[in-house]
Write a protein that binds this ligand. Structure first.
Ligand code: FAD
Length: 486
């Protein structure tokens, strides 16, 4: 007998369609987003997965180091790493006893903690969620990301493969690209260090070896600090296009000065005039010039947004180097070292362009056409270190998974050369110019859209917005599904 049962319509509990979020990169940015999603509780028993080859989450390239000479560039009370609890890191430093074990942390009336301590703090923030199984750490580098059956397919370099509904790209800082002359003459020379991000590499340098560092920003000063902490005492020369060194942090605490949002400047020139005006005001009032750069930092995203693309490019072309030297300042411990080394004649700076490189048996000779007249100076050193900073213009080319997304038309370069193009909701912009709803760009890679997005407080704020958007997507797309029972 044939029995036919008519289908019954039955409503079941809403099922969020966002059941898995994959975060590529587990530095400060990726770990913060994962933690904020996990805190919400919605992802149990679903998954938040972080692809990150490093053993611990939260440190990333910026803080994952055991080198005690490497300190935060920003005072601990200004790190504001945890949304909703800005003093969490400062509190943890004293409660964990780490501050007591670091007598060199206090300088200029503030605490400049070791980067390794910040990494330990961040790892502690995320660890409970890993222990609970809410966040899963896949210790692999994501190599492939593509679309499959309407979801994302992510594959790691160690064989992991999984599907996700949302992908967040938080791969952070790409490696530097060495100047062409250096790359062509020294690429296979063991005395050439194209990326000093692991200071252990510096241990091959002997105390009396002369060193030439290409770059004069914070990365170059990291190399200086790490070498001197190892007892290195020979001459170090920093070569850069402008010769500007990062400026020092101001002593004590101060409030930001300047309101750039009233009649917000819409050209590079008017922005420069407003900054100069504010600088004159603080000089007359006896306040530190750093207070103007703090105001620029706080208002940076709104200022950037008000500038048309052409003017943003002008800012980058004409003002970037000077701005960065004042905005990304060195901690007092490094400022003291720079001063001491300069007086002792062990630290030199040179502004110019490398025009010739001749590797010899004992030394590498480097000719530099110096500014302003182009006079060629010859420098000789036993080691050459590239510290030109991350090459954000080449971020897509530096990662196979990003290059694949670009080839699929789902990702594009930022038109200002600052990383990956995204909209103001941090969604990646596809080749056709439309945002990809379920692909987010987080951290410094999204700087083109936001302008100010390098320091911890700004990244933490962006991470919070991205987490809220992902959570809202789950709610917005929640469907009451109908199942048919037979
Ligand atoms: C040396 C240094 C010092 C800094 N100091 C300060 C400071 O004192 N204060 C401050 O406010 N800001 C500082 N910054 C600024 C920094 O941009 C931010 O604070 C923040 O740490 C950036 O975090 P991130 O996770 O986006 O990037 P990163 O720190 O670069 O981390 C990115 C992570 O992604 C991983 N990754 C990359 N590609 C893949 C892939 N394909 N698959 C899986 N994982 C991948 C990497 O292994 C890395 O761990 C510093 C930056 C640097 C480089």
């Amino acid at each position: 007998m044939l029995r036919i049962t008519l289908p019954l319509q039955k409503q079941v509990t809403p099922v969020p369609t966002i059941s898995r979020v994959a975060i590529i990169g587990g530095g400060f940015t990726g770990a913060t987003i994962a933690r904020l999603l996990a805190l919400h509780g919605q992802y149990w028993p679903h998954e938040i997965v972080i692809f990150e080859p490093r053993a611990d989450l939260g440190g990333g390239l910026a803080y994952d180091t055991n080198d005690p000479s490497l300190r935060l560039n920003v005072a601990a009370h200004r790190m504001r790493a945890v949304p909703g609890d800005p003093q969490a890191f400062l509190r943890w430093l004293s409660n964990s006893g780490r501050l007591g074990r670091d007598p060199g942390a206090m300088a200029n009336g503030a605490i400049y903690a070791r980067r390794a301590d910040f990494a330990a703090f961040m790892a502690g923030q995320i660890q409970p969620f890993i222990d609970d199984g809410i966040v899963r750490h896949v210790r692999e580098r994501a190599e492939r990301i593509c679309r499959r059956h309407g979801r994302w397919q992510i594959e790691g370099d160690g064989g992991a493969a999984l599907q996700a509904d949302v992908v967040v790209i938080a791969t952070g800082h790409p490696p530097p690209t060495p100047p062409g002359e250096l790359a062509s003459h020294l690429s296979v020379d063991h005395r050439f260090m194209p990326d000093p991000s692991r200071p252990e590499a510096l241990s091959a340098i002997r105390r009396d070896d002369k060193v030439l560092v290409v770059g004069a920003g914070l990365t170059a000063l990291d190399a200086l600090g790490a070498l001197r902490a190892r007892g290195h005492r020979a001459e170090i020369t920093l070569v850069s296009r402008t010769g500007y060194l990062p400026q020092p942090q101001a002593a004590g605490d101060f409030a930001p000065h300047g309101d750039f949002l009233i009649g917000v400047p819409n050209t590079a020139l008017s922005l420069l005039e407003r900054v100069r005006f504010a600088l004159r005001e603080v000089t007359e009032a006896g306040l530190p010039w750093q207070s103007v750069f703090e105001a620029l930092r706080h208002q940076g995203q709104a200022i950037w947004r008000a500038l048309p693309l052409l003017e943003q490019r002008r800012v980058l072309r004409h003002l970037r180097r000077r701005f960065e030297a004042h905005r990304y300042r060195m901690p007092p411990q490094i400022a003291e070292l720079v001063e001491r080394d300069r007086i002792a004649g062990r630290l030199k700076t040179c502004a110019g362009r490398i025009v010739a490189v001749r590797p010899g048996r004992a030394e590498i000779a480097i000719d530099i056409a110096t500014k302003p007249h182009g006079t060629v100076e010859r420098h000789a050193a036993q080691w050459v270190i590239v510290a030109t900073g991350p090459d954000h213009g080449n971020v897509i080319g530096s990662q196979s998974c990003l290059a694949e997304l670009e080839s699929l038309g789902l990702l594009t370069k930022d038109p200002r050369g600052l990383g990956i193009a995204c909209d103001h909701d941090s969604r990646a912009l596809a080749r056709d110019g439309y945002p990809v709803e379920d692909l987010f760009v987080a951290g410094p890679l999204a700087r083109g859209a936001f302008g100010e997005l390098t320091g911890v407080p700004e990244i933490a704020a962006q991470a919070e917005r991205i987490a809220q958007q992902i959570l809202a997507m789950s709610v917005a797309t929640t469907r009451t599904i109908t199942i048919r029972s037979m």
